[in-house]
Design a protein around this ligand. Structure first.
Ligand SMILES: *[C@@H]1O[C@H](CO)[C@@H](O)[C@H](O)[C@H]1NC(C)=O
Ligand SMILES: *[C@@H]1O[C@H](CO)[C@@H](O)[C@H](O)[C@H]1NC(C)=O
Ligand SMILES: *[C@@H]1O[C@H](CO)[C@@H](O)[C@H](O)[C@H]1NC(C)=O
Ligand SMILES: *[C@@H]1O[C@H](CO)[C@@H](O)[C@H](O)[C@H]1NC(C)=O
Ligand SMILES: *[C@@H]1O[C@H](CO)[C@@H](O)[C@H](O)[C@H]1NC(C)=O
Ligand SMILES: *[C@@H]1O[C@H](CO)[C@@H](O)[C@H](O)[C@H]1NC(C)=O
Ligand SMILES: *[C@@H]1O[C@H](CO)[C@@H](O)[C@H](O)[C@H]1NC(C)=O
Ligand SMILES: *[C@@H]1O[C@H](CO)[C@@H](O)[C@H](O)[C@H]1NC(C)=O
Ligand SMILES: *[C@@H]1O[C@H](CO)[C@@H](O)[C@H](O)[C@H]1NC(C)=O
Ligand SMILES: *[C@@H]1O[C@H](CO)[C@@H](O)[C@H](O)[C@H]1NC(C)=O
Ligand SMILES: *[C@@H]1O[C@H](CO)[C@@H](O)[C@H](O)[C@H]1NC(C)=O
Length: 652
């Protein structure tokens, strides 16, 4: 039964049905009402009528408030339908918060560096009607909303609605990718990651919430806030976070880009973000730390992430004309990065800015691993675009980076790389990137690092000692990939359940989107910030599981643009069923598998577009792949090269 259903999936997906749509957290309508009443203070009659539009009205009798729960993190522009107010001086205020920790009738959680954000005020004493603030007062993300009356007046509120403004160009529930397994927590994590990125995708005219940069942070009271800065061209863009910063950050894209590509497939919003970054390239080749209007300094690693953004987008879109139009800028960007490489073969980093970790400088392992990764991406991209003149040079510099890193930074006693030559700190970022980038020289070395990383996990996840007592779901996303690449899928799954499980289920979180960072003791505190209310609870850089599960658990990876060639190499670990897919310009790619015991598959099938070819890797498995059109290809050493089509394994 299982198998028969699964084989039909690619066809079903091609039609209008979205597989596993029931897991999608995005609402079907952009006209949102609260899901429940969380709390009432003072006297409010009929508060529950605000939950669904009943037309009955909630009555605020004097000073009072209602806290409404949308049941998940949402975003947009609030409006109040008021039918009466007993005094012309009656006011209602609205405050927002992502975490239940900051529920208040006095203030919203924070978008600035310190303090809280001011409420929105509505002079509802002006009479019956619909009160909607200016568009710039759309709130980037909130789960809880408190409406408060601050006078002795009687006010009847018929309805409170939110016009959901995120992902403006998307049909919100029409995902092009899907993931399902026998583990419900893992499934929910995949979909929460996809939804997080939807909230982080915004109208480009509604960017930049870091308004308090111009405020005096020595006055930690109430900050003004508004979302009205145009951060990119076009009609939609990805940003780092829904509430904050609402800016394009290239580093964050190193995770969010791939997770978007395998879920909603909204490549347009990625392209708008990237183009806004490449516009800011300096004459010497340096690319920005963040998009406009952020003006702070420069970062070696984020410079490199701009370049990764370009090659990653091309890998999913296959838009050669676009890639060619940015090729000269790309080459100049690589050149700038190579100016830091010294006689050791390694880059000596002199720009300290990174993902808000500390001690980014010198011969740093993270920076050099990312550089090595970029040099390999650059050579592949050059081949794709038939622009290979720099490849010999890039290959030779890359070889020097790799040997320098292993000679100077590998600490065999710890089984990890040191952060730089003058420290005994073994960073999470550099060790995970060393595996991801293939700075490592053997399977044994990768497994050693994977085990050492795992040995450091605490009760709430994988620590990033390079950033204090911090759990970074950004770097954790690379750690997931590192365990898979090291051939340790169960380590990746265990970390998913431990860390993203905590992030999804804890009552201080939104239970729908992923937070940008928290403390190793599980508290909602992110070491780089002085203000806990500032932390973003919907951050694209925390969505690594969505891509990791599709690319490694299901094992679907593109090796040429838009999947013209691909590899299917599932690593389900202890998942017993996996059913996943995604779409590109070539068509739909899917994998369905079931295992009853050990490594053997009781069912394995996959489907790829007929215009493509690829490699199937099922280590340890013997058998024949049979296509729907009757082709038969035997696995040799667990590997087979096959043309696109719908294939099923017949084990032997
Ligand atoms: C409601 O009252 C309780 C108890 O006084 C207080 O802790 C809470 O902050 C109030 N909530 C709001 C939204 O004002
Ligand atoms: C209610 O809030 C409004 C807006 O801040 C303010 O102008 C008004 O004075 C307040 N009324 C009372 C009775 O505090
Ligand atoms: C929501 O806002 C958009 C503009 O951002 C507008 O076109 C649309 O009509 C609004 N929807 C509702 C239900 O108010
Ligand atoms: C955004 O709104 C603020 C507050 O009203 C205003 O001062 C600022 O000029 C606006 N910025 C833009 C770019 O419109
Ligand atoms: C929009 O595109 C124009 C033309 O390329 C460019 O000058 C401008 O800087 C872009 N705006 C943003 C916000 O990237
Ligand atoms: C080397 O690494 C340590 C630990 O992260 C850090 O404290 C130090 O500042 C780094 N050195 C440089 C030159 O950045
Ligand atoms: C890196 O360059 C800086 C500036 O030129 C220099 O002071 C420092 O010693 C160099 N670090 C290493 C590890 O070579
Ligand atoms: C690749 O570039 C070379 C040199 O410019 C040119 O001779 C060749 O025709 C190009 N090949 C393709 C497939 O465009
Ligand atoms: C990783 O590097 C090793 C040499 O250390 C090389 O043999 C291997 O092919 C590389 N793997 C990939 C995926 O490039
Ligand atoms: C997979 O492993 C986790 C713990 O590592 C365990 O909780 C779970 O039950 C296992 N699932 C199966 C199907 O063995
Ligand atoms: C099969 O794989 C093993 C281990 O990777 C390798 O040593 C062997 O040469 C392979 N055999 C063939 C026929 O490719």
């Amino acid at each position: 039964m299982f198998g028969a259903t699964l084989l039909l999936l690619p066809l079903v997906a091609a039609a209008s049905h979205v597989p596993y749509e029931e897991y999608i957290l995005a609402p079907s309508s952009r006209d949102l009402f609260p899901a429940s009443v969380y709390q009432v203070n003072g006297s409010v009659t009929n508060a529950n009528s605000l939950v669904q539009f009943s037309g009955k009205g909630a009555t605020f009798n004097g000073v009072s408030s209602v806290t409404l729960d949308f049941g998940k993190n949402v975003a947009g522009l609030v409006s109040l339908d008021v039918s009466s107010a007993s005094s012309s001086s009656a006011f209602l205020s609205v405050t927002f918060t992502e975490s239940s920790l900051w529920i208040s009738s006095e203030y919203s959680d924070a978008t600035g560096n310190s303090g809280f954000d001011r409420p929105l005020w509505f002079n509802v004493g002006k009479g019956a009607g619909k009160y909607t603030p200016a568009t710039k007062f759309q709130r980037g993300a909130f789960r809880y909303l408190t409406v408060a009356s601050n006078t002795s007046a009687t006010v009847v509120l018929d309805a409170l609605r939110v016009n959901l403004t995120s992902a403006p160009d998307q049909n919100l529930r029409k995902y092009t990718g899907w993931f399902h397994s026998d583990d419900e927590l893992i499934n929910k994590i995949w979909y929460a990651g996809a939804y997080t990125n939807q909230l982080c995708t915004i109208e480009p005219t509604a960017g930049d919430s870091i308004t308090s940069q111009s405020d005096d942070i020595s006055l930690p009271e109430m900050n003004n806030w508004y979302n009205n800065y145009t951060i990119t061209n076009g009609t939609s863009t990805i940003t780092d976070g829904a509430k904050r910063d609402r800016l394009v950050w290239p580093g964050d894209m190193a995770i969010s880009l791939e997770s978007i590509a395998v879920s909603t497939g909204d490549l347009y919003s990625i392209r708008m973000g990237l183009e806004s970054l490449f516009i800011l390239q300096q004459a010497d080749g340096r690319l920005p730390y963040a998009g406009t209007p952020f003006s702070f300094g420069a970062s070696y690693t984020y410079h490199l992430h701009n370049l990764i953004g370009m090659s990653f987008l091309y890998r999913f879109s296959g838009d050669k004309a676009w890639a060619l139009s940015y090729w000269d800028q790309y080459v100049l960007g690589v050149k700038w990065a190579l100016e830091s490489v010294d006689s050791t073969g390694l880059a000596n980093v002199t720009l300290s800015a990174d993902w808000l970790r500390y001690g980014m400088g010198g011969h740093n392992i993270e920076a050099n691993s990312i550089l090595y990764f970029v040099l390999n991406e650059a050579q592949d991209l050059a081949k794709e675009l038939n622009q290979t003149s720099m490849n010999p040079h890039w290959a030779s510099v890359a070889a020097g980076v790799k040997s320098g890193a292993n000679k100077l930074l590998w600490d065999s006693s710890a089984g990890m790389y040191r952060d730089n030559q003058t420290t005994s700190l073994h960073p999470q970022d550099g060790n995970t990137w060393a595996i991801k980038a293939n700075i490592t020289q053997s399977e044994t070395q990768r497994k050693t690092i994977s085990a050492a990383l795992k040995a450091r996990w605490g009760p709430y996840g994988a620590p990033a000692p390079e950033a204090g007592a911090t759990i970074s779901p950004f770097i954790g996303g690379f750690e997931l990939q590192a365990h898979y690449i090291a051939g340790q899928p169960n380590a990746a799954l265990d970390l998913l359940r431990l860390q993203w499980g905590y992030m999804l289920l804890d009552s201080k979180m939104t239970q729908s989107t992923f937070i940008e960072g928290y403390s190793t003791d599980g508290s909602i505190h992110y070491a780089p910030y002085i203000d806990d209310a500032r932390i973003s609870h919907a951050h694209g850089w925390s969505t690594g599981p969505t891509y990791a599960l599709t690319a490694y658990a299901a094992g679907i990876r593109f090796t040429e643009p838009a999947g013209k060639s691909w590899i299917i190499a599932p690593q389900p670990g202890n998942l017993t069923t996996v059913d996943a897919g995604l779409a590109s310009a070539h068509g739909i790619f899917s994998v369905a598998l079931q295992r009853s015991s050990g490594e053997r598959y009781s069912w394995f099938s996959f489907s790829t577009p007929s215009s493509t070819t690829g490699i199937v890797q099922l280590p340890g498995i013997e058998g024949i792949l049979i296509s729907r059109t009757g082709q038969r290809v035997r696995l040799v050493n667990g590997t087979a090269h096959v043309p696109g089509g719908t294939w099923k394994l017949q084990s032997s």
